[in-house]
Design a protein around this ligand. Structure first.
Ligand code: NDP
Length: 799
């Protein structure tokens, strides 16, 4: 008789297929032909165009879906617009009831949606059943709560309006939930375009909207390809675009929306580090890798696709990993024993194969487990590359497949350098049993989401989103809600045209009149870079005139090179970001004190350059001092939160400074507006390269003398005077600047948004509409929020 151990060794898995009869019946009931969902009804494309939807598990036809064009997008946007008035005016509690109903309906059909998702996308049923669909349900419940709380938690905010939402194919229903739930909770209406490969769960969701009695036009779903998405992005009737997908398309959308005034959030690609220190629990870390890169076939924006492992444990770790990966079952997504399902499409499969070939060609060692792959459908084995050079293609490009690339490190500093050696910054997973090592790495890694001794933890209550080219904006929790809201009181006043022309940069004699035959000494203000007064690189200056047309003085005419120098100085002043908030507050208070000391001088300058009355000039100086104190006070009070996500877990939401910011100041209220923009930025720990208003630049050059006496470290504030358009262009294009605030004219705003798409920096432009700096609209939490990005750090605890 065989022994149990022998049986265990020889036993093969039995298949455990999930029943799909309900889904097949649903597909048949539609004759496998699907239409758009517009204004509460299912409608075909006007031209009857369709595209084929394939089952990745077999490569066979699953259905046909309508291809949306201009007419459908127009109709959907019009429906969303006309539904907006009623929907946004509903009490939050009424909206909460609809969202609650959707959550309940979805929950009651979890199995149906799981099977449909696995059939459409190819992901293992274990994942769609245990992760995708439950998380989507949780998202609707969570946001039913936000709808209920909107009036009390966001009293000063209003919905943005009609939202165009574009989602990818890797988590079709979950991404839909991430987009639709907060938008509706905030009182917006939506037009959503699902990915071409995976439109089916979105259309089944549309049926739930009907069942929940959602008012017509609140949710519209238009199926189609990238062109359909582009039409939605370009539509004038859309107030906000929320996009998840590739960085390349995100960049195109940034360009397409530049200057349109549309609010934009981008959740883009990643190449996230998975760092294993030598004191990590290696067996747990191996399980972590399985979840990080082999979950959803590695088609996850936050996949831990770059393994960084300490050299002393690397061999052992790789061996454990190979042993574990050899046991992963690749096959039918509907089989409950399947670990790795099908890749979404043949195109994606070919892309993965091409990048793997490139990795081999670049000299990295490729390992794949032995064993046959299914002979049909789109499958790729779990793959591990070792000996990967940090700058090689496979270490830098998002492969979006089950491919892990491994590099070793020797010290913690090296690990962090490698981790941050990427244009992306979506997430990071850190493995160490030493809390000091883990938290230090979490603080230093450039990523929007950090998991300590864990990976891919997601929850509706926590924000999710990236740094750098992984996009901007957050989804989930309070952070995510703000993406779908705008300040209620319009703080803007009148349109401003650029007052700066070429004539502004002319030269007129300013040398003082001779006294007794001896001329006064020439005084030309310089640029202020790295804490020093610096001559402009171009060696040119221009004259600032007073209101009587008399030359009031000359200032440096900065150029591209000066901006680059200023950025370098700001980079070098990174110590400012690690000052304690208390210390930053002290510096700001001291600055206010010193400005007050010289208040009369500044008031006189304002009178001369602006023609302000004595009272007006005095008031602007007083308000400027008060504003510095306001941000000094906030420096140690604008703090983060601990999100309620899972039990035995602390999820820290920490506001972090961007790093180096570019700030282009407006012409109006030149002292007050400059201070109102620079102070919140530096209070939060940023270093700033600022372009003061050109026509009144002497105010800024007077101001650097105050900086010099106020313990503001060199490089924290850099002032480059000159032609706003020329200097702004260099700032917007500069890769070491992470965020730009622009106050200028309408065209300038569009140019900033367009030029910033290179490194996808965050931008805040005013579209040429002046702000009332004297009022409360000139200060507040909005400025602090814009000066920071939230990093969510997940710290599970307990054995
Ligand atoms: P895309 O970024 O092209 O697609 C995401 C969504 O945007 C889809 O709905 C797509 O439509 C739509 N879209 C495509 N072009 C435009 C456009 N010009 N304007 C508006 N919407 C558009 O990703 P892909 O599906 O093509 O995948 C390509 C690569 O992108 C993958 O290999 C992967 O590396 C990466 N990716 C990253 C994701 C992430 O979350 N980080 C998600 C998906 C992909 P359609 O489906 O018809 O193309």
């Amino acid at each position: 008789m065989s022994k149990v151990t022998e049986i265990l060794k020889t036993m093969d898995y039995g298949v455990a297929p999930e029943a799909n009869d309900q889904v097949l019946a649903w597909l048949s009931s539609k004759q496998r032909q699907f239409k758009h969902f517009i204004n509460g009804k299912f409608v075909a494309s006007a031209d009857g165009a369709q595209f084929e939807v394939l089952a990745p598990a077999t490569g066979e036809n699953l259905a046909f879906a309508a291809q949306g064009g201009k007419q459908e997008i127009n109709a959907a946007v019009a429906a969303a617009r006309s539904a907006l008035r009623h929907w946004s005016a509903l009490p939050g509690n009424a909206r909460a009831r609809y969202l609650y109903a959707i959550a309940r309906l979805l929950q009651k059909r979890e199995r149906f949606f799981s099977v449909l998702e696995s059939m459409d996308n190819g992901k293992p049923i274990r994942e769609s059943r245990d992760i995708d669909i439950p998380l989507a349900v949780r998202h609707f419940y969570h946001h039913a709560g936000w709808a209920d709380l909107i009036e009390t938690e966001f009293p000063d905010f209003a919905p943005v309006g009609v939202c165009g939402q574009i989602v990818p194919w890797n988590f079709p229903l979950l991404m839909l939930a991430w987009k639709i739930a907060p938008a509706l909770a905030a009182g917006n209406t939506v037009v959503l375009k699902p990915a071409e490969y995976t439109p089916l769960t979105a259309l089944a969701f549309a049926e739930l909207c009907q069942e929940a009695g959602l008012p017509h036009g609140v949710v519209n779903i238009v199926t189609g390809d990238g062109e359909t998405g582009a039409l939605l992005v370009a539509h004038d009737g859309v107030d906000k675009i929320a996009f998840t997908g590739s960085t390349e398309v995100g960049r195109a959308i940034r360009n397409a929306t530049a200057g349109s005034g549309k609010k934009l959030s981008l959740e883009l690609g990643g190449k996230s580090p998975f760092i294993v220190f030598d004191d990590a629990d290696l067996d747990s870390a191996v399980e972590g890798v399985v979840d990080a890169i082999w979950f959803n076939q590695g088609q996850v924006c936050c996949a831990g696709s770059r393994l960084l492992v300490h050299e002393s444990v690397a061999n052992c770790f790789h061996n454990k990993l190979k042993a574990r990966a050899s046991k992963l079952r690749v096959g039918d997504p509907l089989d409950k024993s399947t670990d790795i399902g099908a890749i979404v499409s043949e195109v994606q499969l070919q892309r993965i194969a091409r990048l793997v070939e490139q990795g081999r060609a670049e000299g990295a060692q490729c390992w794949q487990p032995e064993g046959a792959m299914p002979s049909y459908g789109f499958y790729f084995p779990p793959t591990l590359f070792t000996g990967v050079a940090p700058s090689s293609t496979i270490a830098q490009e998002e492969i979006f497949g089950p491919v892990l690339v491994s590099t070793t490190f020797r010290t913690q500093d090296e690990a962090l350098q490698l981790a941050n050696h990427s244009r992306f910054g979506l997430s990071a997973s850190i493995w160490s049993e030493n809390i000091n090592v883990a938290l230090d790495a979490a603080a230093r890694v450039k990523a929007g989401v950090v998991w300590i001794n864990a990976t891919n933890l997601l929850d509706a209550g926590a924000g999710f989103g990236g740094y750098r080219e992984s996009g901007f904006g957050r989804e989930g929790g309070r952070e995510g809600m703000t993406e779908y809201l705008k300040p209620r009181a319009n703080p803007r006043t009148k349109s401003r045209a650029s007052s700066v022309t070429a004539a502004t940069f002319s030269i007129a004699p300013t040398v003082g009149t001779a006294t007794a035959g001896i001329p006064l000494l020439d005084h030309t203000a310089k640029l202020y870079i790295g804490g020093k007064q610096t001559r402009p690189d171009g060696g040119s200056s221009y004259t600032v005139f007073d209101t009587k047309g008399k030359a009031a003085g000359q200032v440096g005419l900065g150029n591209r090179k000066d901006i680059r120098n200023a950025v370098e100085a700001a980079n070098a002043a990174s110590g400012w970001s690690s000052y304690t908030a208390h210390n930053r507050a002290q510096v700001l208070f001291f600055l206010a004190e010193n400005l007050e000391q010289r208040g009369d001088e500044f008031a006189a300058r304002l009178r001369a350059l602006l023609g302000a009355s004595a009272a007006q000039a005095k008031a602007e100086v007083a308000q400027s001092i008060a504003r510095i104190m306001f941000y000094a006070a906030h420096a140690d009070k604008y703090d983060g939160a601990v999100h309620s996500t899972r039990s035995r877990n602390v999820t820290l939401a920490m506001p972090e400074p961007w790093g180096v910011m570019g700030i282009i100041c407006p012409d109006e209220s030149p002292l007050l507006s400059m201070i109102s923009l620079i102070m919140p930025a530096i209070a939060m720990g940023n270093r700033v390269v600022a372009v003061p208003a050109a026509a009144t630049a002497l105010i800024a050059t007077d101001f650097y003398q105050v900086l010099e006496t106020s313990d503001v470290p060199g490089g924290v504030i850099n002032l480059v005077t000159g032609d706003r358009d020329v200097l702004t262009k260099t700032i917007a294009e500069h890769d070491d600047i992470a965020a730009v605030w622009y106050c200028g004219d309408k065209d300038g705003s569009a140019n900033v948004e367009r030029a910033s798409s290179g490194n996808l920096k965050s931008t805040w432009v005013d579209g040429g509409i002046a702000r009332d700096w004297q009022s409360l609209a000139g200060q507040g939490r909005e400025f602090l929020q814009r000066a920071t990005q939230i990093k969510n750090i997940w710290v599970p605890y307990g054995e």
